[in-house]
Ligand binder design. Structure first.
Ligand code: NDP
Ligand code: GDR
Length: 329
């Protein structure tokens, strides 16, 4: 029997790396779209894929170029496509709304249009986000909660979500969106608050830093483990019918709680090191996000396994290990 072929955009990111591992273990032929510069600087830009690099087929293409996406989809003829590529940093979307909207909306639109034209049977996953809920009317948020995004990033994800649904309804494509809440891991980018905190703890323990500057400590998020969230993406594409699913733990914690736990795991009192900096506050914040993933549990049989405490400990331990420091709490 021939291998199932999957195409992943954003394969170099946190989720792309876990999803690749998962699909390879299931026997898929895994193709990924990367920017040309990544192939020229693999040590740095493909670092999350180093251990599986020789088992992947990488194609240089750009989300900004319909023609380049067309070429890759024509060559690969994927049976499943996981569209993860995006300008994913919410803070940056306030600095450059134009590129965020352009990449995230037009990139998603191009990919959907190319798949419709060249591989209409291909099952499609869109990486939606809890940022689409923004200042939601209710908590926890489910698939029926109204969207009220608070950043151009959130707006771009609402547009991608509606495009995906429209391709499903108008053209009969098997196109699904995951509305994923924050998910983290030792592979998280350093710009996101969880990794900034755990890498900061490691630097303080290593003696190369003595403070950590953060923004709003009172924002509350629903944090899970990225590895488990990529399994939910795959489950969505195995269903007989396409649909949209919230993926979350149903528990939420403040940034301050994350900080306190990360520092205390390393035997440190965060109050001695953490400084709040108004420059790091967002022009429009989302105070509370908490997901209701009852539908994902019921239909997909998906549930999170890693607790908040385990997630924080794993991230601190990994960052300390990378710097060669021992955690003795
Ligand atoms: P990352 O920021 O780790 O990865 C983003 C990926 O998108 C990278 O591979 C990056 O490539 C690629 N990318 C960015 N811009 C472009 C571009 N112009 N052309 C081609 N590729 C591009 O994100 P995550 O893995 O954390 O998230 C994956 C997806 O899920 C994103 O769409 C994100 O918005 C969404 N999401 C994430 C959540 C989370 O908590 N992690 C929650 C909800 C949604 P490069 O390495 O070259 O920069
Ligand atoms: P988020 O993640 O915006 O939820 O988007 P991030 O970790 O950037 O922020 C979470 C919360 O922490 C507060 N915060 C800080 N954030 C950062 N980055 N740096 C700081 O110093 C800091 N101090 C406090 C923020 O204000 C915010 O409230 C992530 C991304 O992965 C998106 O792509 C994804 O869609 C959503 O999660 C769900």
């Amino acid at each position: 029997m021939s291998l199932k072929r999957a195409l992943i955009t954003g394969i170099t990111g946190q989720d792309g790396s876990y999803l690749s591992e998962f699909l390879l273990a299931k026997g898929y032929e895994v193709h990924g779209i990367v920017r040309r510069v990544a192939l020229e600087d693999p040590d740095h830009r493909l670092s999350r894929l180093r251990h599986i690099r020789d088992r992947l087929v990488l194609h240089a293409a750009s989300l900004e170029s319909y023609a380049s996406i067309h070429r890759v989809v024509q060559d690969v003829q994927p049976q499943e496509c996981y569209h993860l590529a995006a300008q994913s940093f919410v803070s940056y979307s306030f600095d450059d709304e134009f590129s965020t909207l352009n990449i995230n909306i037009n990139g998603s639109h191009s990919l959907l249009a190319v798949i419709k034209a060249l591989a209409p049977e291909c099952r499609f996953y869109f990486a939606g986000s809890s940022e689409m809920f923004g200042t939601a009317d209710e908590a926890p948020q489910s698939e029926s909660t109204r969207f009220h995004p608070r950043s151009s990033y959130g707006i771009s994800k609402v547009a991608g979500f509606h495009l995906t649904r429209n391709y499903r309804e108008a053209y009969g494509m098997h196109a699904s969106s995951g509305i994923l809440f924050n998910h983290e891991s030792p592979r998280r980018g350093f710009e996101f608050v969880t990794r900034k905190i755990t890498a900061g703890v490691a630097r303080i323990l290593a003696g190369t830093s003595d403070e950590l500057r953060l923004g709003n400590l009172e924002a509350r998020r629903d944090w899970g483990h990225a590895r488990e969230y990529t399994e939910a993406m795959w489950l969505m594409l195995q269903q007989p019918h396409p649909d949209d699913y919230v993926v979350a733990t149903g528990e939420c914690h403040s940034v301050r709680e994350f900080v306190q736990l990360a520092f205390s795991h390393a035997g440190l009192d965060y109050r001695k090191y953490v400084k709040t900096d108004k420059q790091l506050y967002r022009p429009a914040e989302i105070n509370l996000l908490k997901g209701n993933s009852a539908k994902a549990r019921r239909v997909l049989g998906w549930t999170h396994r890693t607790t908040f405490e385990e997630l924080v400990a794993e991230m601190v331990d990994e960052d300390c290990r990378a710097l060669g420091v021992k955690v003795v709490a």
